[in-house]
Write a protein that binds this ligand. Structure first.
Ligand SMILES: Nc1nc2c(c(=O)[nH]1)N[C@H]1C(S)=C(S)[C@@H](COP(=O)(O)OP(=O)(O)OC[C@H]3O[C@@H](n4cnc5c(=O)[nH]c(N)nc54)[C@H](O)[C@@H]3O)O[C@H]1N2
Ligand SMILES: Nc1nc2c(c(=O)[nH]1)N[C@H]1C(S)=C(S)[C@@H](COP(=O)(O)OP(=O)(O)OC[C@H]3O[C@@H](n4cnc5c(=O)[nH]c(N)nc54)[C@H](O)[C@@H]3O)O[C@H]1N2
Ligand code: SF4
Ligand SMILES: [Mo]
Length: 582
């Protein structure tokens, strides 16, 4: 009998299990999915998708589109082709095209638009990025949400929070902040000070986990000295906090089973790695890496424990953050909307204008499909076989095909077409799927988990050369806004998944700034400008403006500089001014 089991393909912490029941998407009752999905998937099939391929604006058949693709590739030197793939669908078969492009000799990308700065900090401190899985949080007494917005981006965490003490560190009074026992409405980009001051007072109060420090983090005295370079009074005043906040925070977490749940909000800055590492150091000081229900959760590596059957090691690569599209004759874009989601949209637009052939392989119309010469519709996750893993739990989710459809082509079939045309060795789709599934172990309830992933990683020490945590040795003082400038924060929207689904067109401003709800304003940065409709929102700080990721034009304001470590985009380094336009 055909399996009705699949999983949500979207780039989301939760990676929910789905049952496709007589044309309806229903949540798994068991496990973390817990019987509910979210608006994206509840309305998934109501979103208009690209039905037909087209070339230079003319609709063509899929056969003609593939012929055209072959012709474009055959007439381009392989070193003048770029394969730009992002995270529209998070399942593992998306990577099959990387294999074929790499074997053809084209360029791929490296680096990330997402979590790379934070991950780099984790790698430096711990030697690997092993995540505290979502399920462990159920065992915690205290949960600290640090730059993470669970009601919007990981709603399946919420049922686990019952009766727990909640602390939130966020410049916005998010829904979780309003429910919290302590909310520190921090000034953007000052988390490093907070984390270091918390460590300093933990040490002063003699509340560190000395046994853990002596075993796995022996440089702790040096780190304490580094934290002493912070001028307490001046810094607290500047970041809008009091010593009372520090005391309250420590009082709530010391000797408690604490999970620090970090999101990408803390690290959209050039020194994002150091910020994450300072938060990790606090967790080390508290001894959070040894016990059940304790630890640091961030975006783990979704491929942890899984080797890749796709050979891409030898491929040449350009940065995903600042890809020089104009250096390529042909650019093939998959599962991505770089014209909206990469930083510095003005640079991206003008560079891609100079690319002779732009090919878009995706589901929806957007800024990128609008300028593409050749548009190839993809199949949805319901129309192809796949398997996925998560960056927040250890499950492996099987994604069985649920429907036949005339529309679109799967990543495997497109890869197979190219492999045939350009003489690349490719295994069967089943062989790749089996390869991935072989990394799973079956749990008692019949579900699959990626083998060798731990629930309490690092309890035997870290994965650095000597097994010790490597503390930060220096840090950079973040830049501050000038008079008339605001911090731009660009978190995720409940209604969109980055630029998929319903995109927001608002800027959110504090009422004291005097802008009228519904009026239009222009935001200006040193990179460009963009117009938005005002929504007044006193959940913000007065020195912040908020525009959601996925809002049209937001990345006109950001720059394509990389984080110091992790080759990551840094969407919150640019300050903005506000201009009234009507
Ligand atoms: N509904 C929905 N869900 C999504 C997505 C989506 O677009 N929509 N996108 C998915 C993707 S790709 C990702 S990477 C994840 C990310 O999900 P999250 O990790 O939750 O990331 P963000 O929403 O970007 O930011 C989280 C919080 O950080 C706060 N923040 C901003 N700047 C700072 C700062 O300087 N310091 C501190 N302490 N906090 C700050 C923001 O106000 C926000 O509340 O979500 C995934 N889930
Ligand atoms: N200002 C600002 N910019 C940001 C962020 C921010 O916080 N602020 N966040 C960044 C982050 S964390 C991320 S992860 C990126 C995300 O940026 P992108 O990875 O570019 O993601 P999306 O905007 O979701 O676009 C994904 C596209 O994938 C296509 N797609 C969906 N499913 C499939 C499929 O099965 N097959 C194929 N071939 N295509 C498919 C859809 O057509 C969709 O348009 O954005 C980044 N941009
Ligand atoms: S919460 Fe995340 S994984 Fe679950 S259905 Fe929604 S988008 Fe998919
Ligand atoms: Mo992301």
């Amino acid at each position: 009998m055909k399996s009705t089991i699949t999983a949500c393909p979207l780039d989301c912490y939760d990676a929910c299990g789905i049952v496709y029941d007589e044309g309806k998407l229903k949540a798994f009752k068991d496990g973390h999915t817990n019987g509910f999905l979210c608006p994206h998937i509840n309305h998934y099939e109501s979103h208009a998708r690209i039905e037909k391929p087209r070339y230079k604006g003319e609709e063509i058949s899929m056969e003609a589109a593939l012929e055209k693709l072959q012709e474009l590739f055959a007439s381009t030197l392989k070193s003048e082709i770029l394969h730009y793939r992002s995270s529209g669908n998070f399942a593992l078969m998306q990577g099959v095209t990387d294999h074929v492009f790499a074997q053809m000799g084209t360029y791929l990308t490296e680096g990330t638009l997402c979590d790379g700065a934070g991950e780099a900090g984790i790698l430096e401190g711990r030697g690997s990025n092993k995540n505290m899985p979502l399920s462990e949080i159920e065992k915690s007494e205290v949960v600290v949400f640090w730059g993470r917005n669970p009601h919007v981006t990981s709603s399946h965490l919420l049922p686990l929070l019952k009766d727990k003490t909640i602390i939130v560190v966020d410049p916005v009074k998010t829904k979780i902040a309003k429910m919290a026992d302590l909310h520190i409405q921090i000034k953007p980009h000052t988390d490093i000070f907070l984390a270091m001051l918390l460590y300093r007072f933990l040490h002063i109060e003699d509340s560190c986990d000395d046994e853990f420090l002596k075993a796995f983090a022996t440089e702790y005295e040096d780190y304490y000295e580094l934290t002493q370079t912070i001028r307490i009074k001046a810094i607290l005043e500047d970041i809008g906090m009091t010593l009372g906040d520090i005391g309250d925070f420590l009082h709530l977490v010391v000797a408690k089973k604490t999970a620090i749940v970090c999101g990408v909000g803390i690290q959209k800055y050039r020194d994002g790695a150091d910020i994450m590492r300072a938060i990790d150091a606090l967790a080390v000081g508290l001894g959070l890496f040894t016990n059940e229900g304790c630890g640091v959760a961030y975006l783990g590596n979704s491929k942890e424990g899984i080797s890749s059957p796709f050979e891409t090691q030898k491929a040449k690569k350009v940065s995903k953050v600042s890809a020089p599209f104009d250096e390529f004759k042909t650019v093939f874009i998959q599962g991505a909307n770089p014209l909206a989601q990469m930083p510095d949209s003005n640079r991206v637009r003008s560079a891609i204008k100079r690319t002779e052939n732009v090919i878009y392989f995706g589901l929806y119309e957007n800024e990128t499909s609008a300028i593409a010469d050749l548009v190839i519709p993809a199949k949805t996750f319901l129309e192809k076989e796949d398997v996925r893993t998560s960056y927040s739990h250890n499950g492996m989710m099987l994604m069985h095909q649920q429907k036949e459809s005339e529309t679109g082509i799967s990543e495997y079939d497109l890869a197979a077409f190219l492999a045939d045309a350009f003489d690349v060795t490719l295994q069967s789709e089943t062989a790749y799927l089996e390869y991935f599934k072989n990394h799973a172990v079956v749990k008692i309830d019949g579900s699959f988990e990626v083998e060798n992933r731990e629930s309490v990683p690092y309890k035997e020490g870290f994965d650095t050369d000597d097994g010790e945590f490597l503390f930060l040795e220096e840090f950079e003082v973040p830049q501050k806004v000038d008079e008339g400038e605001f911090y731009l924060i660009t978190p995720k929207s409940a209604k969109s998944l980055n630029s998929q689904f319903h995109r927001d067109s608002h800027v959110y401003l504090h009422s004291t700034l005097g802008f009228v709800e519904g009026s239009r304003v222009k935001l200006l940065s040193n990179k460009g400008e963009a117009e938005f409709i005002v929504k007044v929102n006193d959940d913000l700080r007065e020195d912040c403006v908020l525009v959601h990721s996925g809002a049209k034009g937001v990345n006109n304001l950001t720059s394509s500089t990389h984080s110091y470590e992790g080759k990551s985009a840094i969407y919150q380094e640019n300050f903005v001014r506000i201009l009234k336009i009507d």
